[in-house]
Design a protein around this ligand. Structure first.
Ligand code: NAD
Length: 447
């Protein structure tokens, strides 16, 4: 059965989920308060970079299943299901999740409800937010017939469509039979592919999302600390990660040492979970430490570059490859590049950066840096290249050509993309992460 779905918030999550629901055969209206974003979408322009999204938006729009509007009231009045997928950034000052966008959306939805409607929170929200949404809707529109469900989203930017279509699981927080039936209908195409649809109570569903992100953030932070130790004792973190990752109880993913996690979710979600723990007198000390270690690590990366340059970068040109928090997205939110750029500018370096998709977002964040159109022009006459984001195109760089273009062939590889031996053969002073015997230690000596 095809349902009428409204997606409130047409950002990285709302636009992908809405489009995929339309592709399942439902009739989807994506709503946003950002009129410019909606206008661009109506013109067939995709406001974010997400591989494959443009084609999927186009085909579903042409099929008449997907539309865009700022008119929330009309869309909601006709809907069977309303998803709330607005942002939940860190609240300034205290690190709690800022829920004002969720609550504003909930009030607007409440005023327009007609007939039984399932209101689903897809945004990542702290435990108890569903209860508050329920209360707000009831208060705003006492006559309304509705059910509030939690359905956190687990897609990853850069692989969002595939993740949405082939999720490891779908978590649904509700115990109300009417809502369960509607949500089963929403996700029916996935159930046919045997994706587990897991029903829990609402509070548990809300917590699952935070626990999942915090666990992954801890895993990354763990391997980053092991990488530091590797550098001290002359071991290779990549081999350590492989060695432990083959153990099924540990698993290989999220064991890549790097400059510290960033992005639109882990930093704010770990912080919000820490706050929830503290508020409930049940502190999550591992997560608290993870947050602190990761913050320090991001700041330490600029110092690592300075050290690789011999302790002084004033007046040097540093070329940055990759600015986004990970490849295949244009998302710059909390990217490690932000602290690196700041640290290097503070130390007096000149910065020239290249990112395949992130430049227009980066320009909104950074002042006083130059941008190049490709890796080679970024590196031209530079004193050091720093690889920050492991975009695929950087894996196939002609290292000899790159080295020849530079004032000094020096490369700091924060993602361990290159092999120390190939860098040596190409004449580079090379520093990487956690490759004590063959990477960082040797390069540090060289510099
Ligand atoms: P985003 O900033 O890209 O998009 C949010 C959109 O909501 C914006 O376009 C904004 O204009 C719109 N909006 C805000 N208030 C509105 C309102 N009252 N009515 C209509 N539109 C409104 O954010 P995002 O990255 O898509 O994240 C959304 C939620 O999903 C967050 O809670 C986030 O934690 C969660 N999440 C994100 C990801 C991810 O990879 N980005 C993954 C899983 C979960």
């Amino acid at each position: 059965m095809s349902l009428k779905i409204v997606m409130i918030g047409s950002g990285y999550v709302g636009l992908v989920s809405g489009t995929c629901f339309a592709d399942f055969g439902h009739s989807v209206t994506c709503v946003d308060i950002d009129a410019e974003k909606i206008e661009r979408l109506k013109q067939g322009e995709i406001p974010i970079f997400e591989p494959g999204l443009d084609i999927l938006v186009q085909s579903n729009t042409e099929a008449g299943r997907l539309s865009f509007t700022t008119d929330l009231a009309t869309a909601v009045s006709e809907a069977d299901v309303v998803f709330i997928a607005v942002g939940t950034p860190s609240r300034r000052g205290d690190g709690h999740a800022d829920l004002r966008y969720v609550y504003d959306a909930a009030r607007s939805v409440a005023m327009s409800l007609k007939g039984f409607t399932v209101i689903v929170t897809k945004s990542t929200v702290p435990v108890g937010t569903g209860d508050e949404v329920d209360r707000l809707v009831r208060e705003t529109n006492p006559e309304a017939d509705f059910s509030v469900v939690s359905n956190p989203e687990f897609l990853r930017e850069g692989a969002a469509i595939d993740d949405f279509r082939r999720p490891d699981r779908v978590v649904v927080g509700t115990t109300e039979e009417r809502a369960i039936q509607v949500i089963q209908e929403v996700y029916r195409p996935l159930s046919l592919n045997e994706a587990p649809l897991m029903f829990t109570d609402r509070r548990t569903a809300e917590l699952i999302k935070y626990a999942g992100n915090a666990f992954l953030a801890m895993k990354i932070t763990f391997i980053n600390e092991v990488a530091d130790l590797c550098e001290k004792v002359g071991a290779d973190v990549q081999a350590v990660a492989r060695g432990i990752g083959h153990d099924n109880r540990i698993g290989k993913k999220f064991l890549h040492a790097g400059p510290g996690y960033g992005g639109s979710c882990f930093p704010k979600d770990t912080l919000a979970l820490v706050k929830t723990g503290q508020d409930n007198e049940s502190p999550l000390r591992l997560v608290e430490t993870t947050v602190a270690v990761n913050d320090q690590r991001k700041r330490a990366m600029a110092r690592r570059v300075v050290a690789a340059c011999g302790g002084e970068v004033r007046g040097l040109t540093i070329s940055l490859l990759g600015l986004t928090f990970k490849p295949n997205t244009d998302d710059m939110r909390d990217a490690p590049s932000i602290s690196i750029v700041q640290g290097l500018l503070d130390a007096g370096a000149r910065i020239r950066a290249y990112d395949p998709e992130g430049t227009s977002q980066a320009k909104k964040i950074f002042d006083g840096i130059e941008y190049a159109d490709d890796a080679y022009s970024a590196a031209s006459n530079a004193d050091c290249v720093v690889l920050i984001t492991e975009w695929n195109e950087f894996r196939s760089i002609d290292l000899h050509r790159l080295g020849k273009l530079m004032a000094t062939p020096r490369l700091v590889d924060l993602r361990n993309v290159y092999l120390p031996a190939e860098m040596k053969a190409a004449g580079f002073q090379y520093t990487s992460i956690g490759r004590g015997s063959s990477g960082a230690a040797v390069a540090d000596k060289a510099s």
